[in-house]
Design a protein around this ligand. Structure first.
Ligand SMILES: [Zn+2]
Length: 190
């Protein structure tokens, strides 16, 4: 069962990646096998809970910058992760305008507009966005439709209750994180 649940969650995350391509929203990347400690199982008797750290990778021309905890400039309700826009004026692709130096008719960053307050990532908005992305991915994963997916309320993570054939119930929790500094360092949004 554990293997099935892992496969299901990874399938869903792959569809999420496809859905967020070219949207200028973050991409979801599960912890790789090398970082095996980033997933855990607990057996509550009636239910198995699988927790997995999922990294939010910033879209092109954006980066995530960790602010010191308790920083004075972090708005209430926000994480201390600041979204930084990168200048792309000298980029050769030139299909879209630069976020830092936009032309008058340019679209502002969708990530800043929808998931941030000011330039800080808001955890609740981010968790809500991930939940709707996972729901959309589920709609596009008919191979799993002998299972039933229910999103459990969570303001900081994405919790899935999966009911399989024979009424077996599995719970998966995606803990959202951002990589920081050297490989292996990351910060879980909470
Ligand atoms: Zn620029």
């Amino acid at each position: 069962m554990g293997r099935t649940l892992k496969k299901l969650v990874r399938d869903l995350l792959e569809v999420c990646q496809v859905l967020s391509q070219n949207t200028f929203m973050p991409e979801l990347h599960p912890a790789t096998q090398k970082q095996g400690t980033l997933e855990s199982w607990s057996d509550l008797g009636h239910q198995i809970i699988y927790q997995l750290v999922v990294f939010l990778r910033p879209p092109p021309r954006h980066s995530f910058q960790l602010q010191p905890p308790g920083g004075r400039h972090v708005p209430e309700r926000c994480s201390n992760i600041r979204v930084v826009l990168e200048c792309s004026c000298s980029s050769t692709t030139g299909e879209t305008s630069c976020f830092v130096h936009p032309t008058h008719d340019a679209q502002p960053s969708r990530l800043l507009r929808t998931l941030c307050t000011g330039s800080h990532l808001e955890v609740e908005k981010t968790a809500g966005w991930v939940q709707s992305l996972v729901e959309a991915a589920w709609e596009r994963s008919p191979q799993w439709h002998d299972w039933k997916l229910q999103l459990l309320p969570s303001s900081r993570s994405c919790r899935l209750l999966l009911t399989g054939p024979c009424q077996v119930q599995l719970c998966a929790e995606l803990l959202l994180a951002v990589r920081q500094g050297r490989p292996g360092n990351f910060l879980v949004l909470e």
